[in-house]
Design a protein around this ligand. Structure first.
Ligand code: GYE
Length: 306
C-alpha cells in the first residue's frame, strides 16, 4: 500500500508509543490487579496509555476501539469481554494499519491475521488442574459427589474454557457430578446470589467449583448463612489466587486454588514496543502459573503482591 510506516497509525513522530487499552471492567480482585499492572507498566515503559473501562459490555469495548482507531494510536490492546463478535472492528483496526494485541482473554475469530498476538493464561488447563485435584481428593468416595459450579461471565473465554477443562478432568470418576452450573458473572454479589439459589434447590452439595476467587468469596456468605461450614461441609475450589482468595484458603474456608496471574503489564508493554517496531512476535504467549493448597497459601501469603 506504499505506506512505509509499519508501526500503525501514529501521526506524531516523537518516537513515543501511544497505546489504547480497553479493559473488561472492574468486576473482580483479579481485574483490579490487572489494571494496576498495566498502568504501572505503561508508565515504567514510557508508553502513553489511553485507558477505557467497558463495564463488562462488548458494545462499550467496540466503541472504545473505534475511538482509538480515530485517534490513530500506535497500538490497540484489549481484553475481550466475550470471545465472539470481533471480526468487524478488528478488520477496521487492520485496515487503519494499527496492530492489535489481545491480553488476558482471547477471541474466536478464524482470521488470525486480525491481531498480532495473544498474551494470557491457558484457562482450559486451570479448569483441568482444579478438576484433577478434586479427582485425587475424592478417589475413595463410594457414592455420588455433588458439585455445583459458579461460571464466569457468559461467553467469556475463561468461563468457557475453565468449564471445559474441569469437566474433562472429573470425567475420570463417574461419581463426580456437576448437579448445577450457572453464571455468577465473576463478581462477589453474583457468587453470593447464585450460591443461595443452589443451596435452596439442592439439599446435598459436597463441592463448589467457582471460576474465580470473588464468586467463591461471595458464596462463603451464602454457605455460612445456610448453617454450613465452608471448606468442611462443602469443599471449595476456585481460580485466580488473589489476596482475599489466598486468605480464605489459608483460613481453611477454601480448599484449593488454581492460579491465574493478572500481572500482564510488563510483558504487554514489551510486546507493544516490538509490534510497533515491526518485529515478529510469537502468536501466543502463555503466563506461567501454579496451584495452591491451604499449606501452600499460608506460605505464599506474606509475599503475595496482589
Ligand atoms: O479469572 C476473573 C476476572 O479474564 C482471567 O476475569 C480473567 C478473569 C479472572 O474477572 O477474576
Amino acid at each position: 500500500c506504499g505506506n512505509s510506516d509499519t508501526g500503525g497509525g501514529g501521526t506524531k513522530d516523537d518516537g513515543k508509543i501511544t497505546m489504547g487499552f480497553s479493559q473488561v471492567g472492574a468486576e473482580s480482585g483479579w481485574r483490579t490487579a490487572n489494571t494496576i499492572s498495566i498502568k504501572e507498566a505503561a508508565t515504567a515503559a514510557g508508553i502513553e496509555l489511553k485507558f477505557d473501562d467497558a463495564q463488562q459490555k462488548q458494545e462499550n469495548q467496540i466503541k472504545a476501539i473505534r475511538n482509538y482507531i480515530q485517534q490513530k494510536v500506535d497500538v490497540i490492546a484489549f481484553s475481550p469481554v466475550v470471545e465472539s463478535g470481533w471480526d468487524t472492528v478488528l478488520k477496521e483496526a487492520k485496515d487503519a494499519n494499527i496492530p492489535v494485541i489481545l491480553t488476558d482473554r482471547s477471541v474466536d475469530s478464524a482470521d488470525k491475521s486480525l491481531y498480532k498476538t495473544f498474551l494470557g493464561s491457558d484457562f482450559v488447563k486451570e479448569g483441568k488442574l482444579a478438576g484433577e485435584w478434586l479427582v485425587e481428593q475424592k478417589k475413595t468416595a463410594s457414592g455420588p459427589v455433588n458439585i455445583v459450579e459458579l461460571q464466569g461471565s457468559t461467553g467469556a473465554a475463561p468461563a468457557n474454557d475453565r468449564k471445559k477443562g474441569f469437566a474433562e478432568a472429573i470425567a475420570a470418576n463417574p461419581n463426580l457430578k456437576v448437579i448445577a452450573s450457572q453464571t455468577g458473572d465473576f463478581t462477589r454479589a453474583g457468587g453470593k446470589q447464585v450460591m443461595e439459589q443452589f443451596l435452596k434447590a439442592n439439599p446435598k452439595i459436597d463441592v463448589l467449583f467457582a471460576h474465580n476467587d470473588d464468586m467463591g468469596l461471595g458464596a462463603l456468605e451464602a454457605i455460612t448463612a445456610a448453617g454450613k461450614v465452608p471448606g468442611k461441609d462443602i469443599t471449595i475450589i476456585t481460580i485466580d489466587a488473589v489476596k482475599d482468595g489466598m486468605q480464605a484458603l489459608a483460613d481453611g474456608k477454601f480448599n484449593f486454588i488454581a492460579e491465574c496471574s493478572p500481572l500482564l503489564g510488563p510483558q504487554l508493554m514489551d510486546l507493544a514496543k516490538k509490534v510497533k517496531d515491526g518485529q515478529e512476535v510469537p502468536a501466543r504467549i502463555e503466563t506461567q502459573e501454579t496451584t495452591f493448597t491451604t499449606e501452600q497459601a499460608k506460605e505464599a501469603l506474606p509475599n503475595r503482591k496482589y
